[in-house]
Ligand binder design. Structure first.
Ligand code: ZN
Length: 108
């Protein structure tokens, strides 16, 4: 049953990658075991996407990735912004550390 070993190898690799990136080992273990190549690729790309800086669309206010050229909701063409919003991962880390997302910027 060589396929089983291949799937298990991908599952372990996917789970390990997912855990390294601060996600659940078992979620990525299952995903990578069920769809070996795609699951592992998803695990590898997962946090990369979360680490992207974001900005707000001037047209509709949707928060999109900094590198997006066109808003995915309203289709507005997006200039490269002056200010970026902290990445999801940054915000999550600050929340975990016990700070509100914008605590550093709020006036006393
Ligand atoms: Zn928009």
């Amino acid at each position: 049953m060589p396929y089983l070993f291949i799937a298990l190898g991908f599952a372990l690799a996917g789970g390990w990658v997912g855990k390294l990136k601060g996600s659940s080992f078992w979620i990525w273990f299952l995903i990578s075991g069920i769809v070996p190549v795609i699951g592992l690729a998803a695990a590898l790309l997962y946090r990369w996407d979360r680490n992207e800086l974001r900005r707000e669309c001037p047209g509709c206010g949707r928060v999109v990735k900094l590198h997006d050229a066109i808003c995915t909701r309203c289709g507005t063409e997006l200039e490269f912004p002056d200010v970026a919003i902290a990445s999801e991962a940054d915000v999550a880390e600050r929340r975990a550390a016990g700070h509100a997302p914008n605590a550093a910027n709020s006036p006393q």
